[in-house]
Write a protein that binds this ligand. Structure first.
Ligand SMILES: [Zn+2]
Length: 291
């Protein structure tokens, strides 16, 4: 049984982590939303925006909701590993973890497509002609479900198209990541998956930042440009991935437990156990040649 004393440090870590995500999220959002083409030099637009937010109840509401969603989904993503470590003996499904990782991959994929759209607009001189309010649209629907009428049935084609692409690539990534996870041991595969996603996010952000800087110079309202939506998705993905990354790096300091136990059900291996887990039937060696 898990004693109470093991949960208190865990809760303290969660609280500190939420505060860290809150601060980082605020700084990233301020970089994203501040006036990039201000004539004033230095941190002025950044500091002005932060000062404005401190007095805005909407900031506290939105940021609070974002932190709850981010930290909550990070916990869901890592729950199979946490439970395996705290209460070994039962096979843990990775279904939710795969769904969340696929959503991050889908956000990056759609972000890339929207950034390409912005690039085409930039080259053609149509930057302000049509927008793709994907995340703002989804956000509006979450807050007020009647918005779905305005966004979809009034023919906002860019929103419908972007939302459909997000959904389809979510499903496709789900299938791909399920196959990827099956080819190795859960912990090793999750570690590699998170590493690959984080590397992909950083590459995408580095590519999109200069594009966004050029697009912003040619538009008054950047909120609906493809590059801004892509940047928004990339920042959220990066912020989210930090949680699993930190946790998996910490786990690295305790490799002994994971090598002595089945990574699927937590069964303690003995020397005569062979290639398969006697408890859950998981293949320990043949499937993880790549790890
Ligand atoms: Zn097992």
């Amino acid at each position: 049984m898990v004693t109470r004393s093991r949960w208190f440090p865990l809760l303290a870590v969660m609280l500190c982590w939420s505060i860290l995500i809150w601060v980082l999220g605020t700084l990233l959002a301020a970089v994203l939303l501040m006036n990039w083409s201000s004539d004033k030099d230095g941190f002025d637009p950044f500091a002005t925006l932060l000062a404005e937010w401190m007095h805005d109840p909407l900031y506290w509401l939105n940021m609070g909701a974002l932190v709850v969603v981010l930290v909550g989904s990070q916990i869901i993503f890592l729950l199979p590993l946490l439970l395996l470590r705290l209460r070994p003996g039962r096979p843990r499904s990775l279904g939710w973890s795969i769904m969340l990782a696929s959503l991050v991959a889908a956000m990056l994929t759609v972000g890339l497509a929207m950034a390409l759209m912005s690039l085409v607009q930039l080259l053609g001189g149509w930057v302000s002609d049509w927008g793709a309010p994907l995340y703002f649209g989804l956000f509006a629907i979450v807050i007020d479900p009647s918005e779905i009428d305005r966004l979809t049935f009034d023919g906002d084609l860019a929103f419908i198209l972007a939302a459909a692409c997000l959904f389809v690539s979510w499903i496709l990534w789900g299938i791909l990541i399920s196959l990827f996870m099956r080819r190795g041991q859960p912990l090793n595969r999750l570690r590699r998956l998170v590493g690959l996603l984080f590397a992909g996010t950083l590459i995408e952000l580095v590519l999109i930042l200069p594009l966004e800087a050029m697009v912003r110079r040619r538009t008054n309202c950047f909120c609906e440009t493809g590059s801004f939506q892509a940047l928004l998705g990339g920042f959220v993905a990066a912020l989210w991935l930090l949680g699993p990354m930190a946790f998996l790096i910490l786990l690295r300091r305790r490799p002994a437990w994971w090598s002595r136990h089945c990574q699927r059900c937590g069964y303690e291996k003995d020397r005569n156990a062979g290639d398969h887990c006697p408890e859950c039937g998981w293949a320990w060696t043949s499937a993880n040649a790549g790890d």
